[in-house]
Design a protein around this ligand. Structure first.
Ligand SMILES: Cc1ncc(COP(=O)(O)O)c(C=O)c1O
Length: 381
């Protein structure tokens, strides 16, 4: 008997039992401060170094290029604001996309108040930017390009490598928010041509409040935290060692399991699409079914209010999301769907995000898909 089904892994994901074990071991054994010179400090330092090696290795980086952060929001903010301030003598232009996470978009809005000029690249119907638009936006004044790897709402994957190639001989630094894509795809920072890359642990079955920012050696950044000399003076503050050890374990597991996940999640998507098609309900997939992030499926049900759909699904024990902020019973349309459809299009109020992860099964997908069909049929009556 299948009970409740959690399909909101892109919001946050359940912690892996082995991650819990790694964190418990760290809490118990590594209580020292990694900066202390006595035996307890040395034990903690060893654990920190080992975790850093795992994390760096997962993206083909040098260990010195990893800065531990409190998660994706911090990584994005440091990358954007830090590189804008450090390079403002070279120009004041920044390029990003209209569908970034608020951690990037709001950092850009802040930079606009500080005299920077930001280009927000539009996306096509599949949620992908055009390289021609990118080429047209790039100027000799551009100091930073921030383009997300995979979108958290519709799963669209951007041409990161192609942008990296274009910027090879350009002064602009290149940052990618890889929060949703990390742990799904093989990732090598040199191949991608990025200078900075943001990751957070809680999307890959690690703990919340911990992440890392890859910063290529030699990158000019202003870091906001001042204090102790942790992280080579780039992020002051006693390290969150249990979090870091938990993240390293989550990274290790994600490297081992990503191939299987890609294949499972492809099948899961198909269960939904087939069940919807067989039932005869009206639906459209937002974004590309095959080429997007494996764990994200965004679907529109024409004529169905997303608020009612979410409420009814919750009552049926199915947790999915709309990707929109819900205030006082009204849904603020998601900026990603607005970028896709336009603000006046009904699609921005008729779409849900289903996202897969640890613990899900094929049977759960069958149950969730048929519950969605039932609710949609009821709401369409
Ligand atoms: C694409 C993307 N970037 C950044 C973040 C923020 O990460 P965190 O919650 O670790 O601050 C998220 C989390 O929702 C995300 O999906």
């Amino acid at each position: 008997m299948i009970g409740r089904v959690y399909l909101d892994h892109a919001a946050t994901s359940p912690i892996h039992p082995e991650v819990v074990q790694a964190m418990l071991a760290s809490f118990t054994n590594n209580y020292g401060n990694p900066s202390s010179i006595h035996y307890a400090g040395r034990d903690a330092r060893k654990a920190l170094d080992e975790a850093r090696a795992i994390v760096a290795g997962s993206i083909g980086a040098d260990e010195r290029e990893v800065v531990f952060t409190s998660g994706g929001t911090e990584g994005d903010n440091v990358a954007l604001i830090g590189s804008a301030y450090a390079n403002r003598d070279r120009g004041r232009h920044i390029i990003t996309t209209a569908i970034e996470h608020p951690a990037v978009l709001e950092a850009c809005r802040f930079l606009e108040t500080q005299g920077f000029d930001v280009t927000y690249l539009p996306v096509d119907k599949d949620g992908i930017i055009s390289l021609a638009d990118f080429d047209a936006a790039l100027t000799s004044e551009t100091i930073l390009v921030s383009v997300m790897y995979g979108n958290n709402e519709i799963g669209s994957v951007q041409p990161i490598r192609a942008i990296g190639e274009r910027l090879e001989k350009h002064q602009a630094l290149f940052h990618t928010d890889a929060v949703q894509a990390f742990g799904m795809f093989d990732m090598d920072v040199a191949e991608l041509g990025v200078d900075m890359l943001t990751v957070t642990a809680h999307k890959i079955n690690g703990p919340r409040g911990i992440g890392f920012l890859y910063v290529k050696n030699g990158t000019n950044l202003v870091y906001p935290f001042h204090g102790g000399e942790q992280e080579r003076k780039r992020r002051a503050g006693t390290e969150n060692l249990p979090g870091i050890c938990g993240m390293a374990e989550a990274v290790r597991i994600s490297l081992e399991s990503r191939k299987q996940k890609r294949s499972d999640f492809k099948d899961y998507k198909q269960v939904f699409v087939d069940t919807f098609a067989e039932s005869g309900i009206l639906f459209e997939v937002n974004g590309l079914l095959e080429k997007g992030l494996p764990q994200v499926l965004n679907v529109r049900f024409p004529g169905v209010s997303v608020e009612q759909l979410l409420m009814n699904l919750d009552m049926a024990g199915i947790a999915v999301s709309s990707g929109s902020a819900c205030t006082a019973g009204t849904v603020d349309p998601s900026h990603v769907l607005v970028a896709l459809f336009g603000a006046d299009h009904a699609g921005v109020r008729e779409s849900i995000r289903i996202s897969f992860g640890l613990g899900n099964s094929y049977e759960e997908m069958e149950k969730a898909a048929s519950e969605i069909v039932k609710v949609v049929q009821r709401l369409c009556k």
